[in-house]
Design a protein around this ligand. Structure first.
Ligand code: BG6
Length: 476
């Protein structure tokens, strides 16, 4: 179907780092038919400047110039304020009613409402003759209340099936594989419950600091930036019941049930089971790095957390009694995102040397995408000794083809109207309902802000979370 993609905030970082390279890859792979892209932003650019900026972004992403001119000839630019009706009028003029229209909001969130309102007024939202969709970047609100308001506001102009709320973790190949692993195989699902699983551990560690995004991060912190969306989505995929089909709604129904079963944390639990912290100076991957408070754009007295860890329970039959421990942080020793499912020890330990800590299944989301299963195994020899060995599956060697970037898959899905890897209104609202009391309690200092040295594994206080049931975090 012919379509026009309009990127609001096309002069920004997200557009040049993620969207243009993703669109270019899709184009080169022949995934797009008849299409146009219009950049809509405030900077005094014209079609030529826009095309040359896109070209630079493709250079930065390492693309050669094959097909570049043909690609660029489909791109044009409209300069406008986001609340200026004239900009939307010229947009309306340049769009044929027969083409599908995808509005991509890649601006800062304070512009979302203005843009959506203007789109409605200019007849560029629902009720066009061809399909019309809106893609909304994160963060989706700063809390549940704001998320609800934004949802209502957009729902006045677009139908839910036309609203695509991004969580780019859902576009990662290894994250999509969680559902295939669980429901496309028969051997794990029978043991995927509290009779066999002792606890689940989710880590999203980054080596990078706040980079150029201090203005945003100061208001957000790690809880809003990473936990409310990416980490809770990972948790939902691990914990959800099998969906009745692979339709977007069937899958999202199951994820919503998980969010609704999250046991809400009261003050005592927040003080005991949550840790928030901020990085101090240190050495990351061999380089000295400043403390968060000394980063450009960060207030010297900032209390924004760059690390968050929680112990969570799900009140469901499947998961009653199984702790989920989650942690995320910037400026940790390395970049590592993984989910580890720790299975229980055998009911009777027949072997004199004791169990070495046994069966674990690790979903390695990044880097070294793949799966590892740990098993206790006898060491060859005359003595009865055993140790843990691993069975590994590596995407890199297993398939011999590189995994697509999350944004390629997500963009394509928005263009063809498949919302499976996007979040639904009730998912966003129910995940905020779990986060809001924690955020509020943290703001009231119920759990003090801790600190950690950059380049290590986070604040020492977080050991308490797994230690409360006799375990430790996996080494970073
Ligand atoms: C973004 C957060 O959503 O995800 C960033 O806003 C974070 O703070 C990023 O760095 C991590 O994404 P990835 O794909 O690099 O793990």
């Amino acid at each position: 179907m012919p379509f026009t993609l309009v990127v609001y905030g096309a002069t920004g970082d997200l557009a040049s780092r993620k969207l243009f390279p993703a669109l270019y890859t899709l184009y080169r792979e022949g995934a797009l038919d008849d299409w146009r892209m219009i950049g809509f932003a405030r900077r005094e650019w014209n079609d030529d400047t826009f095309r040359s900026e896109i070209s630079k972004s493709l250079d930065r992403s390492g693309f050669d110039s094959t097909a570049r001119d043909a690609f660029l000839s489909r791109c044009s630019y409209i300069r406008s304020e986001f609340d200026d009706p004239k900009g939307y009028a010229s947009l309306a003029e340049s769009i044929s009613d027969q083409r599908e229209l995808i509005h991509y909001l890649a601006t800062t969130p304070d512009n979302y409402r203005k843009i959506v309102e203007r789109l409605g007024a200019a007849g560029l939202a629902r009720l066009r003759s061809a399909a019309t969709r809106v893609v909304v970047e994160k963060p989706f609100g700063r809390d549940g209340n704001e998320a609800q308001k934004l949802n209502r506001y957009i729902a006045e102009r677009f139908d839910e099936e036309s609203i695509f709320r991004i969580d780019h973790y859902l576009g990662k190949e290894t994250v999509q594989n969680i559902a295939v692993f669980r429901f496309g195989n028969s051997i794990f699902e029978p043991v995927w419950n509290n009779a066999h699983i002792e606890f689940v551990e989710i880590t999203v560690a980054e080596a990078v600091g706040v980079e150029t995004r201090a203005a945003y991060f100061e208001k957000s912190g790690a809880l809003r930036d990473m936990v409310q969306n990416h980490i809770l989505q990972l948790l939902a995929l691990v914990a959800m019941e099998p969906p009745s089909s692979l339709t977007a709604d069937a899958i999202r129904d199951e994820k919503v049930k998980v969010f609704r079963s999250l046991r809400s944390l009261d003050s005592a639990a927040i003080a005991r089971d949550t840790v928030r912290a901020q990085y101090g100076a240190g050495i990351v991957e061999g380089n000295s790095v400043p403390a968060y408070r000394d980063e450009k754009g960060v207030s010297p007295g900032s209390v924004a957390e760059t690390y968050a860890a929680l112990k969570i329970h799900l009140d469901s039959w499947r998961w009653a009694g199984v702790p989920f421990i989650i942690r995320t942080g910037k400026r940790l020793s390395r970049r590592l995102s993984e989910i580890t499912v720790h299975f229980k020890a055998p009911p009777i330990d027949l072997f004199p040397r004791g169990w070495t800590g046994g069966n674990k299944l690790v979903f390695r989301i990044q880097p070294d995408e793949g799966l590892t299963l740990y098993l206790d195994t006898k060491i060859p020899g005359l003595q009865d000794k055993s140790r843990s060995v691993s069975m590994d599956f590596l995407y890199g060697t297993g398939f011999g083809i590189p995994s697509p970037e999350a944004y390629e898959r997500l963009l394509l899905d928005a263009l063809i109207g498949d919302g499976t890897l996007y979040t639904r209104r009730d998912e966003v609202e129910s995940s905020w309902a779990f986060i809001d009391p924690i955020r509020k309690a943290w703001d009231e200092n119920v759990s003090p802000l801790r600190s950690y040295e950059a380049g290590l594994s986070g604040p020492s206080e977080s050991v308490q979370l797994p230690l409360s049931f006799g375990k430790t975090w996996r080494r970073l």
